[in-house]
Each structure stands twice: as C-alpha cells, then as structure tokens.
Design a protein around this ligand. Structure first.
Ligand code: ZN
Length: 394
C-alpha cells in the first residue's frame, strides 16, 4: 500500500514538473504583440521611402492592405480590433443612428458601442495585460473589462508621443503588457487637408516611416528584438476629391427625422415611417451625379452592413472622388482628400508591415485588415473565434 502511494506521488511530482516546464516554455515563446495603425496611409504613398524599404527587406509586407466598407476610421479600427466587418462589429460608419434608442454615433470613443469583443478584451480575459493608445472606439469597459494601460485621445497629442508611450511600456520588462495597440494619424490629416497627391501627404508618410523605424530601433536597443512582434497597418487609403454633392436640400427635413448621417462618400438616412420614407426617396431619386441609392438589403456584397437597428433606411453612395457635403459645415470641413469608398477601390488600400521573432521575410500582393486580429491572436497563443473572417498572415 505504502509502495503504491509512493509511486503515485512520484508520478504526480513528475507530471507537475513537466507541466511547470511546459508553462514556462509557452510563456517564453509568446511574444509581446504591438499593433500600430498608420491612419490613411495609402498603399503607394510609401514609394521611394527608405524607412519602409528597410521594413520590407527585414520583415513581412502586404503590398495592398484591403480595408472594409465603409473605409473609414471608426469602422476600420473596429474591424482591426475585432476581426469582423462592420455589419458584425456594429460600427457601421463614422456617423450613424441607433434607431431603437435614438442615440447618435459620431466618432464616439466608448468601446461599449462594439458588438463583438475587441482584442484587448479577449487578451485581458485570458490573463494577458494590454495597453491601448487613443484607438478609436476603445475607451472604458466592454463586458466589464478594459485595458490595463490606457492613453486617452486628445487632439493635441502627437504621433511621436504615442510612439514614445509605446516604447516606454515595452521597457517595463516583466510589467510590460503582452498586447499594445497604438493609433498614429498624421498621414490621414495631411491627406484630408492637402490630398494624397500633395507634398504634405508624402512628407507625412516619410515622417511616419521614420517614427516606425525609431520604434523598431528602440525595441532593438532595449534588447527586446527577440521578444516583440510589430504589426503595422493602415486602416484605409486616401483619394483626391473631385467634387461635393449636397443632398441636404433634397431631403424634406423636419425636426429629428429624417435623420441624415453623412460621412464622406457615404450617407445613411433614417426615416420615422413609411410615408416619410416614400417622400424622402422621391426627392433623392432626382439627385444625379452618379449617386447610387440603396435599400440596406440591396447593397453590393462587399458593402453589406447587415440588418441591425443601426442601418439607415436609405443608403447613398457617391461615385469615386465625390463626397457628400457635410450636414453642418464647420470651419475645418474643407477636404482635398477622403476615403470611405468600397474596399475594391485600390485607392482605399493601405500598407502593412510586420517584423519580429518568427515573422517571415516575405512580400505578398495583398491582405485584409480582417487578417490582423487572427494574426495577433495566433501570436499570443489564443484561440481564433469562429466569427473571425480573416486568417493569420503567418
Ligand atoms: Zn482613418
């Protein structure tokens, strides 16, 4: 009896030691994943820039990173964070209305708007500490969980500060988070203010490239090059504006409804009843300029927005290069470049680079921003939910 007990204890001890070793090994191999978005950097804006050429030589590149529809900042960042398109993650545009509650979404910051769990929530629930810097639709709790470290959005913040915050977190050694998500936005601003063909846009892309190289150099200097995987992606591209189409005078508006949600080349109109819907539709049908009118169920496949209470009753899509005039024009509304067109438009494609341990040195033609979440989850050793439409890139 005593002998049997000794043998059982011995087997249990061996199993415990093996299991501890296994855990240690797993921890050692799991990298810190840093996702940096370079907002509005079109796939071809980096031509001839040494910084991006160096990233291609030393890591993974997708020449064209396809966005989602609409190719706008909030829906695209929500898609990168959740691995599902706007119809599923709930962020249908930069502007929309939640009809059931009558609540407006206008570049909102709170993560509670997401209808699918973002990466930082999945990771925190799995015991991995996360850090998020200014990421659109990321503030506060989602299902009771928020990032361990958070840097709130402020118009006065600079990309340099965001990169420095990211590097400082990585240098925290054992206390460093396992996942960091950082938003850089200088390129997008230059694209809107001056257009993607401008010298200012090219300069912003060059500055962004130098900042990314500085981040990579900082990681190496801190001795972390074998520990950190960097995933760098645009959310969408940028296109020159040819003209504006003003739909507001065509909509017989009284009070809150019909509610008009305009965001660049897309607009959603929410009507209160069948009668108003018919009246608005009749007026809108008189708009020419190549504007497409859709009921939500008839949107082209790549533009499908599902059928939630956040989808407009009438959807308008402007032809390439045209945007809808803002509903209320502010002093800063003059744009020379924009985005939001369907992802099949190559101008809406962005850049993607990856570097770090286990990342293959390879260039592929294109990938989807929906591939980023599965790639990050695989690197972190976490399960990829079946709802994810993309696939790990390596
Ligand atoms: Zn953007």
């Amino acid at each position: 009896m005593a002998r049997t007990r000794t043998i059982v204890l011995l087997i249990l001890s061996v199993l415990l030691i093996l299991s501890a070793q296994g855990e240690g090994k797993a921890e050692k191999n799991v990298p810190i994943v840093v996702i940096v978005t370079v907002d509005g950097t079109r796939w071809d804006a980096i031509k001839g820039l040494d910084s991006f050429a160096r990233m291609e030589e030393t890591g993974f590149r997708a020449k064209k990173m396809r966005s989602v529809f609409p190719s706008q900042t909030c829906p695209a960042h929500a898609s990168i964070a959740t691995g599902v398109r706007p119809a599923v993650n709930g962020i249908l545009s930069n502007q929309f209305l939640e009809k059931d509650t009558g609540t407006r979404f206008s570049h909102e910051k709170e993560a509670k708007w997401l209808k699918a769990p973002p990466l930082w929530v999945i990771a925190e629930k799995a015991g991995i500490r996360t850090a998020v810097s200014e990421w659109p639709v990321s503030e506060g709790e989602w299902d009771g969980v928020k990032p361990s470290y958070y840097r709130a959005f402020d118009w006065d913040n600079t990309d340099r500060q965001a990169a420095e915050w990211t590097l400082a977190l990585l240098k925290m050694k054992e206390a460093a988070p396992g996942l960091i998500m950082t938003w850089l936005r200088a390129c997008d601003k230059a694209g809107h203010d001056h257009g993607p063909g401008s010298a200012q846009y090219k300069e912003a892309a060059a500055r962004t490239g130098k900042l990314l190289i500085k981040l990579a150099d900082g990681i190496r200097e801190a001795g972390l090059e074998k520990k950190v995987v960097l995933l760098m992606s645009s959310d969408h591209g940028m296109k020159d504006i040819v003209g504006e189409i003003d739909i507001v005078p065509s909509v017989p508006k009284k009070g809150f409804y019909p509610y008009i949600a305009i965001s660049g080349p897309t607009a959603m109109i929410y009507t209160k009843d069948v009668r108003q819907h018919a009246a608005v539709l009749k007026k809108l049908k008189k708009i020419r300029n190549g504007v497409s009118l859709y009921p939500p169920s008839k949107l082209p496949e790549e533009c499908s927005l599902g059928n939630s209470d956040r989808v407009g009753d009438i959807l308008l899509s402007a032809p390439p290069g045209y945007i809808f005039s803002p509903f209320k024009r502010g002093a800063h509304d003059r744009n020379y470049g924009y985005h939001g067109w369907p992802p099949s438009d190559d101008d809406m494609c962005g850049v993607f680079f990856a570097a770090g341990p286990g990342v293959p040195v390879r260039t592929i033609e294109e990938a989807s921003i929906l591939d980023i979440a599965p790639t990050a989850l695989k690197l972190l050793g976490l399960d990829i939910p079946t709802r994810c439409e993309g696939k790990p890139l390596f």
